[in-house]
Write a protein that binds this ligand. Structure first.
Ligand SMILES: Cc1cc2nc3c(=O)[nH]c(=O)nc-3n(C[C@H](O)[C@H](O)[C@H](O)COP(=O)(O)OP(=O)(O)OC[C@H]3O[C@@H](n4cnc5c(N)ncnc54)[C@H](O)[C@@H]3O)c2cc1C
Length: 360
């Protein structure tokens, strides 16, 4: 049986962030993942605050740098929020995952592609993992970073939650009359928005709803949005849930820490999940390196409190779109994108506006 200090399950943004820090901290780390970088549904928008958290530059992956956001209450009232500096970059998610995993491997993490996880068993001295191939691995601790449909949560009998939902597709640039800027079309779907994320040779299009069940995020709805918006149907369409249940979820079960969407670390308002994934992966690693697993919950407390408030804001924002979108299109929106370009989270922006000392 293979024995490691830490096994990380999932080579997405949370798993690779945890593996990088653990390996850099001298731990023997094994990453077990299904189809790493094979295209997890994700629009690949990476905000400034996330870029600030990576331990390395992702410059080679950047397809577009964004300093202007088009906002509408679809199909009316489009306006453009211009920031003094870029607040977001566009990447291809499969490239981003492959790159971040390669960075973790350079630090010394070992990667093994698996078909899935058959069992996870905790015992007095550690955790035993059996893959679907029947291989067995042993570690002192485990980080479960296997996404919103976490198999590990399921195997451990942890409660499952319903979060947000999104569906995405591609439209080739050659098929478009006009190449759009980064766009959020609120009200393109009930309880959410449609998006256009330009990426040089194509535009990533999608629909997001902040709470599961508010509307159907299916292929028909996405086709209709794209036809109305751009006159073309998308291809490469796929959807996936987002974990937004950090306020309710358990983060630890004895020797196992949950990170990323498996822990519900995505924010509900816009469905940004890469930041929470990288943050929680790094904080899980920090707790493991410190030898005190209780630190993890403490370290994530600020983010948890922020997500509670963002959920309340989401209910208000999407419940009152005729009021909230025009507000966003005014000074509030310009101030927001300016603060996002400085790398602040929504909560940090709010504290700044109140004059409280910034956490950034
Ligand atoms: C359509 C869509 C668009 C999005 N767009 C954006 C965006 O533009 N910007 C943004 O910030 N967020 C976006 N998000 C949210 C973001 O994609 C997620 O929050 C983020 O990917 C969570 O990262 P993670 O590492 O926790 O999980 P994941 O990215 O889901 O990674 C989980 C990893 O675990 C592996 N895995 C899963 N099950 C198993 C198993 N049984 N055994 C072994 N391995 C397993 C998977 O192969 C994967 O490598 C979007 C989400 C969706 C659905």
């Amino acid at each position: 049986m293979n024995t490691w200090d830490v096994i990380v399950i999932g080579a997405g943004q949370a798993g690779s962030a945890a593996a990088w820090d653990l390996a850099a901290g001298g731990k023997r780390v094994l990453v077990l993942s299904r189809a790493a970088g094979a295209g997890k549904p994700c629009a690949g928008g990476v905000t400034m605050k996330t870029l600030n958290r990576y331990r390395f530059s992702i410059a080679p992956l950047v397809r577009e740098t964004v300093d202007a956001l088009h906002v509408s209450r679809f199909p009316r009232q489009e306006s453009v929020l211009k920031a003094p500096n870029p607040f977001c970059v566009m990447t291809e998610r499969s490239e981003l995952d492959q790159y971040c995993l390669a960075q973790a491997q350079e630090q010394g993490a070992v990667f093994k592609l698996v078909r899935g996880i058959e069992s996870v068993r905790q015992h007095q001295n550690g955790v035993a993992v059996t893959t679907r191939e029947g291989d067995q691995f042993q570690a002192r601790f485990l980080v479960a970073a296997d996404g919103a449909n976490s198999r590990v949560r399921h195997l451990l009998g942890e409660r499952s939650w319903q979060g947000a939902m999104a569906i995405e597709g591609h439209i080739d640039r050659a098929d478009l009359k006009d190449y759009p800027g980064m766009t959020l079309d609120f009200q393109a779907i009930k309880g959410g928005y449609g998006w256009l994320f330009p990426k040089e040779d194509h535009v990533n299009v999608g629909l997001y709803i902040w709470k599961h069940g508010l509307a159907a995020t299916d292929r028909r709805a996405l086709d209709q949005y794209c036809l109305d918006r751009l006159g073309v149907k998308p291809h490469r369409v796929s959807g996936f849930p987002l974990g937004t249940w950090l306020p309710q979820a358990r983060l630890r079960q004895e020797r196992i820490l949950f990170a990323g969407d498996a822990a519900g670390c995505s924010e509900a308002l816009l469905g940004e999940g890469i930041y929470g994934a990288v943050l929680s992966g790094q904080l899980a690693a920090q707790a493991l390196l410190s030898g005190d697993l209780d630190n993890y919950r403490e370290n994530l407390q600020d983010w948890r409190e922020e997500l509670i408030k963002v959920k309340q804001l989401s209910a208000l924002f999407y419940g009152l779109l005729p009021i909230s979108v025009p507000m966003l299109q005014g000074r509030l929106g310009t101030t927001l994108v300016a603060d996002f370009s400085r790398g602040y989270t929504l909560g940090q922006c709010k504290r700044r506006w109140r004059g409280a000392p910034s956490l950034a």
